[in-house]
Design a binder for this molecule. Structure first.
Ligand code: S3P
Length: 412
């Protein structure tokens, strides 16, 4: 895929539906004894893995266009599950199935098999679960066990881990109480509450008790992590982009705050609540300034860090990212693959154990980049190419379909 250099990228559009919310809307409704409709669902590779897994567990899930009809069941059957490239499906399902009284295995692709699972299986074992990983990774094997609630502090701020334990807590005796070091995305808490779960949040601690879920229809907002690529396209080309109906959950909007710090204009209209906050966001470019991102900021923009590293090349001066060691265990080692991407486009970056420093020179030359099978690396490279002087060639561009199937059309 070749991305040509573009000036003043302008667009008024919507973006791909939210991946995190689609996973949860399908999975949680499939675990409840009733029917629900999920509209504007994301049907990228990862969410299709969730849909297929829920079918194998006994739910009926039908897809028509971007609408997903779910007839759920609280009585899952034994299953061998393939979660493909999706860490969210793998971790959330491990928690959900641990107390369901079934025998199941969960496995995925090569990248998935390299991602840490002990952070989920260790606390589940404390809850009494019979869940075995393979050298701390997938495949994961689950057998029936009676769960009890625990009081647990997460070693890392991770919504996948938090969600896995909350879902296990739905099938555990007593109270399951989870505390995070920094608040990660809270889509699970919001949706479980809307589905009638006995769940309460107090600062960084969330508690849940055993209980059945009631189905709810969900209209999925646009994914701010996908919209971020369009915002960035405006920022690096001196353009203007409006993305309508984007999810604006404050645990996800870090990228907007950073773009403001960089000097971009950000205007939000039609702000409204529908379980999740959403609105129309316009980003206009100006001369870009460097940024500093510390550990407390990371969870709200974890998936946007490769992109922000590329955008930082268009500012003059050093931008810094610290406290982001989690990037090393994403779909690729995103500290390494981000650094490779920036260098391949002619930028300067220093890798740190837990982040990077980007030495911005006010632009990029362009070049040839490999996605390493990682959707966010492929799309970040494309934005670098759009703003660069010579454009860029991307190998492995098809990986974008995992989270943003229409990405290549949307940036043309
Ligand atoms: C996700 C949580 C994040 C994020 C991933 C989706 C989720 O992972 O990187 O793309 O839907 O819960 P961690 O919470 O493990 O950082």
């Amino acid at each position: 895929m070749f991305i040509r250099s573009v000036k003043n990228f302008r667009k008024i559009t919507t973006t791909a539906p939210d991946k995190s919310i689609t996973h949860r809307a399908v999975m949680f409704n499939a675990a409840a004894d009733g029917e629900a409709t999920v509209t504007n669902a994301l049907l990228g590779g990862d969410c299709r893995s969730t849909i297929e897994c829920m079918r194998r567990l006994g739910a009926s899930v039908t897809v028509e266009g971007s609408t997903v009809y779910v007839r759920g069941t609280s009585e899952f059957k034994d299953a061998e599950l393939d979660t493909g490239n999706s860490g969210t499906t793998t971790r959330l399902l491990t928690g959900l199935l641990a107390g369901k009284g079934i025998t199941a295995s969960i496995d995925g692709d090569e990248s998935l098999r390299s991602r840490p699972m002990r952070r989920v299986t260790d606390p589940l074992a404390l809850m009494g679960a019979d869940v075995r990983a393979t050298d701390g990774k997938a495949p994961v094997y689950i057998r029936p066990a009676r769960l009890r609630g625990i009081d647990y502090t997460l070693p890392v701020a991770s919504a996948q881990l938090k969600s896995a334990l909350l879902l296990a807590g739905l099938n555990a005796d007593g109270v399951t109480r989870i505390t995070e070091p920094v608040l990660s995305r809270d889509h699970t808490e919001l949706m479980l509450k809307a589905m009638g779960a006995d769940i309460t949040t107090d600062g960084l601690t969330v508690s849940i008790k055993r209980g059945a879920l009631k189905n709810i229809d969900v209209r999925v907002p646009g994914d701010i992590s996908s919209a971020a690529f369009l915002f960035a396209a405006a920022a690096v080309t001196g353009g203007e982009v409006t993305v309508c109906d984007v999810g604006l959950n404050p645990t996800r909007t870090g990228v907007i705050e950073v773009l403001k710090v960089m000097g971009a204009g950000v205007d939000i209209k039609n702000y409204r609540h529908e379980v999740e906050p959403r609105g129309d966001v316009t980003v206009t470019a100006d001369a870009l300034r460097p940024f500093f991102i510390g550990a407390a900021d990371v969870p709200s923009l974890i998936d946007e860090l490769p992109l922000l590293a590329v955008v930082a090349c268009f500012a003059k001066g050093d931008s810094e990212v610290h406290g982001a060691a989690e990037l090393r265990v994403k779909e690729s080692d995103r500290i390494k693959t981000t650094a490779e991407t920036v260098r391949a486009l002619g930028g300067k970056i220093t890798e740190l154990p837990d982040g990077f420093v980007i030495h911005g020179e006010g632009g990029l030359i362009g070049g040839k980049v490999h996605s390493h099978g990682d959707h966010r690396i492929a799309m970040s490279a494309a934005i670098g190419g759009l703003g660069s002087r010579e454009g860029c060639e991307i190998e492995g561009a098809d990986s974008a379909a995992v989270s943003y199937p229409s990405f290549w059309e949307d940036i043309c």
